[in-house]
Design a protein around this ligand. Structure first.
Ligand SMILES: Cc1ncc(COP(=O)(O)O)c(C=O)c1O
Length: 426
């Protein structure tokens, strides 16, 4: 049996423990929701204040050049590239994940229409994040395609001669299950389909190698494991072999080859810069850079490989402690146990009270979140979701979180009325 002392010993031996000092974590909070909104980097408040008072306040319009505002999408993109197996110049930080998905999926459909016009299907997972499915559904309507939703184990069989694009989220937002990107991409390519990967729960959480996997398109979030702040800009990567083939449909002036030539006709910039649309939120970009730097600070300590090793140790410990200490309370594991098959979160199911248990934990300072099941269909149960960001979560945190969970279940604290009222954001 693992004890609290064992957990403290693991923290003492943890080569990454100093990275936690980069963050402002509220006293008394165990934050297991970095997969939804990452924690505030200590540098962010001063850096954003500087961007406001000095760059905006004093520099005014001159800051587009003097403070490097105009190049922020590419500069931040190059930082993100290091975390996702992309080369410099292949990524831009811009817009939201949903909007970037619209761009890359449109581009993929354009390429498919040219290279394989008979292919009229986009395949995705039924439990993909809804925004991905909604964007795909809208594009299918607009372009005369069909969206086919399958379970993970049905993906390979679904890759028929009709499929133009396979669109997947690398780490599933509900279960934390992770696809083998290289193997799935290879299978799609053998079947003649292009791949679009959503890295919302992967970038900064697990090692990713887009070029190594020979993926086609990818997008991801800035506000989760990249700690970029609420509504932080997202990112987009396009395999260089596709980048110059088509305009993406949101062909705004920032994606123009010469935006300040102000010509009436559109001429796309070379490479990934054509995936920009219009003026970017500079203050949010500034905060995102602070978040990216917290992840890149792990480089001298082994970078993503070291973060992954700790993440797996944290999630293994959480699973083990929940099974040892909360046995008999109706919790079941929804996340795969096998390391190659899971990301950096652990999801538990319970037929009753999942929402209220999460609320009771939040009231105790253990912040995870709840994701609703599909009720009547009954295939997916309600989920208690716990994200483990190894940059700032330690082994003692895991012990304490499970201790709170045990107490909430043993005392039936979650049955209190106050924990059973649904808020707008769960
Ligand atoms: C897989 C995935 N894609 C996209 C999003 C969100 O997209 P957006 O930032 O555009 O709201 C999320 C949010 O949790 C997500 O989990």
């Amino acid at each position: 049996m693992t004890t609290l002392q064992d957990c403290r010993a693991l923290d003492a031996q943890d080569p990454l423990r100093a990275l936690r000092q980069q963050f402002t974590l509220p006293e008394g909070v165990i934050y297991l929701d970095g997969n939804s909104l990452g924690v505030l980097p200590k540098t962010a408040a001063a850096r954003v204040a500087e961007a406001v008072t000095v760059e905006w306040g004093q520099g005014l319009i001159r800051s587009w050049n003097s403070a490097g505002w105009f190049e922020l999408p590419q500069r931040l993109g190059n930082k993100i590239a290091q975390l996702i197996g992309a080369a410099p110049g292949e990524v831009v930080a811009t817009d939201s994940t949903s909007i970037n998905l619209y761009k890359v999926l449109s581009a993929a459909l354009h390429i498919a229409a040219q290279d394989a016009p008979a292919r009229k299907v986009i395949v995705s997972e039924r439990s993909n994040f809804p925004t991905d499915l909604y964007i795909a559904e809208a594009l299918c309507r607009e372009r005369g395609y069909r969206l086919q939703l399958v379970e993970p184990e049905e993906i390979t069989a679904a890759l028929t001669a009709e499929v133009a694009v396979l669109m997947l989220t690398h780490v599933n937002y509900r279960t934390g299950a992770m696809h083998d990107m290289a193997a799935v991409t290879a299978a799609a390519q053998v079947a003649g389909a292009l791949t679009v990967w959503d890295l919302a729960h992967s970038a900064g959480a697990v090692p990713v190698d887009l070029n190594g996997a020979k993926a086609d398109f990818s997008i991801g979030c800035g506000y989760k494991y990249l700690n970029g702040g609420p509504g932080a800009p997202a990112f987009v990567w396009v395999n260089p072999k596709h980048a110059d083939r088509f305009w993406q449909p949101l062909a705004g002036w920032w994606g123009h080859a010469a935006p300040f030539a102000f010509t009436p006709d559109y001429k796309p910039a070379a490479g990934i810069s054509r995936y920009l649309c219009g003026t970017q939120p500079i203050l949010s970009m500034t905060a995102l850079e602070c978040g990216l730097d917290t992840v890149l600070a792990s480089e001298p300590l082994g970078g993503m490989q070291a973060l992954r090793k700790k993440s797996l140790a944290l999630t293994d410990l959480f699973i083990q402690l929940v099974e040892e200490r909360c046995a008999g309370h109706g919790l079941a594991l929804a996340t795969p146990r096998e390391h190659p098959q899971r990301g950096s979160q652990v999801c538990l199911t319970r037929t009753e009270g999942a929402y209220a248990i999460v609320q009771a934990l939040i009231a105790r300072g253990v912040i995870g979140d709840f994701r609703a099941g599909d009720g009547e269909v009954g295939k997916h149960l309600d989920i208690l979701r716990f994200g483990f960001t190894p940059l700032y979560i330690g082994f003692e945190d895991v012990w304490n979180a499970v201790e709170h969970l045990k107490q909430v279940l043993e005392t039936a604290e979650w049955k209190k009325a106050e924990f059973n009222q649904k808020h707008a954001v769960t």
